[in-house]
Write a protein that binds this ligand. Structure first.
Ligand code: ZN
Length: 315
C-alpha cells in the first residue's frame, strides 16, 4: 500500500545571476540560505536552497543560477508560480517592503485569501498568500518573525493535459478541493505546503530559461519510491530512474507536461551539516569532494547577506 504524499518537498527554479538571487531571497524575502551546494548534473554550477530556520521540508525553495541562459517565457506546459505562506494581516507589510526595494506588486484574492503577486529578479512569478500556517519562520532573518515567510503554500501549474496532471496528483493522494474560473485546486493531506493548482487555459507554449520554475517535488515515503516508479511506468508516463540527491532520493515524472519529482523525506538537509551551520559553507556531494579545489576555483565568488540585521519590529 503506497502512502499518500503529505505535500510539497521543495520547488526548484532556474535563475540568472547568483548574487542577485542571494540578495533577493535571503535579504528581500528574508529566507535563510540553508544549503550552498552545486548542481549534481553540473558541479560547476551553484545550487542554492532557501528555507525556514531549520530547513524543514515544505519550506524549501531551490535555485539553479544560469546567468548566461536566455530568459524563459511562461506558457504551457509549465509551473507558472510558487506561492509562499505569510501570516494573515501581513500583506500590507510585504507590499511596502517590496515597494521600498523597487519590486512591483499586484494585490489579488484567491479562494478567500489575500495574495500579493510579484516577480523575482529573474522574472520568476512569486506570490505571498496571507493565511495561517503551522510552520515556524526563521526568527534570525531580516524580516520580523511575526511577518516572515512560513514556507511554501503551493504552486500553480499550466499543463498541456490537465486531466493527466490531475490523475497523477490524485494517484499521489491529493484531492480536488476547489474550483473557480479556469483554476482547479488540489490539496495534499499534510499540514504545510499542500496546494497544487491546475490552470485549464488554452494559452501559448512556454520556453524554459532564466525565470522558469523547473519542477515541484512532493514528499514521498522512502520505502515507496520503487513502487511509485513502477506504477508510473505501467501507466506509460515518462519516469526517471531513482536518483540519489544526497539529501533525498528522487524520481521525476512528466504529468500533463509538468515535471513532478517525488523526493524522500530522509536523510534530509542535516546529513552533512548541523542545523546551526546550514548554508554557511559550500557542501559537495561526497563523490565530488575530490574535485573541491577545482570546483571552488570555477564557481563565481558570492557574498551571503549577513543574518541578524533585523529591520525595526514595528512594521
Ligand atoms: Zn528537485
Amino acid at each position: 500500500m503506497l502512502t499518500d504524499t503529505p505535500g510539497i518537498h521543495h520547488v526548484t527554479s532556474m535563475v540568472g545571476d547568483p548574487q542577485e538571487n542571494l540578495d533577493f531571497y535571503a535579504d528581500t524575502l528574508g529566507l535563510r540560505l540553508v544549503k550552498r551546494t552545486v548542481n549534481h548534473e553540473d558541479v560547476l554550477r551553484y545550487h542554492f536552497y532557501y528555507g525556514n530556520g531549520d530547513g524543514d521540508l515544505g519550506t524549501i525553495y531551490t535555485c539553479f543560477p544560469y546567468p548566461e541562459e536566455p530568459p524563459g517565457r511562461r506558457g504551457r506546459p509549465q509551473l507558472t508560480a510558487t506561492s509562499f505562506a505569510v501570516p494573515p494581516e501581513a500583506a500590507d507589510y510585504w507590499i511596502d517592503r517590496l515597494d521600498e526595494r523597487g519590486v512591483v506588486t499586484e494585490r489579488r484574492e484567491r479562494f478567500g485569501d489575500p495574495v500579493v503577486r510579484f516577480e523575482d529578479p529573474a522574472g520568476t512569478r512569486l506570490e505571498l498568500v496571507a493565511m495561517g500556517s503551522p510552520v515556524e519562520p526563521w526568527d534570525e532573518g531580516p524580516v520580523p518573525a511575526e511577518r516572515a515567510i512560513r514556507g511554501i503554500h503551493g504552486v500553480t501549474t499550466l499543463p498541456v493535459d490537465p486531466y493527466q496532471t490531475a490523475s497523477v496528483l490524485e494517484t499521489l493522494g491529493l484531492e480536488q478541493v476547489a474550483e473557480r474560473d479556469d483554476r482547479v485546486r488540489y490539496r495534499a493531506a499534510g499540514d504545510r505546503a499542500t496546494v497544487v493548482d491546475l490552470l485549464d487555459r488554452d494559452t501559448g507554449f512556454g520556453r524554459e530559461g532564466v525565470g522558469s520554475i523547473h519542477h515541484v517535488a512532493l514528499r514521498a515515503d522512502g520505502d515507496d519510491l520503487r513502487e511509485w516508479h513502477d506504477l508510473f511506468r505501467e501507466r506509460d508516463l515518462l519516469v526517471s530512474r531513482i536518483h540519489d540527491r544526497h539529501y533525498y532520493r528522487a524520481i521525476y515524472v512528466r504529468a500533463g507536461g509538468i515535471l513532478l519529482e517525488l523526493a524522500t523525506e530522509t536523510p534530509g538537509l542535516t546529513v552533512d551539516e548541523g542545523t546551526e551551520e546550514l548554508g554557511e559553507r559550500l557542501v559537495l556531494p561526497p563523490w565530488a569532494e575530490e574535485d573541491r579545489p577545482m570546483i571552488e576555483d570555477q564557481l563565481p565568488p558570492i557574498d551571503v547577506p549577513t543574518p541578524g540585521r533585523r529591520d525595526s519590529d514595528d512594521g
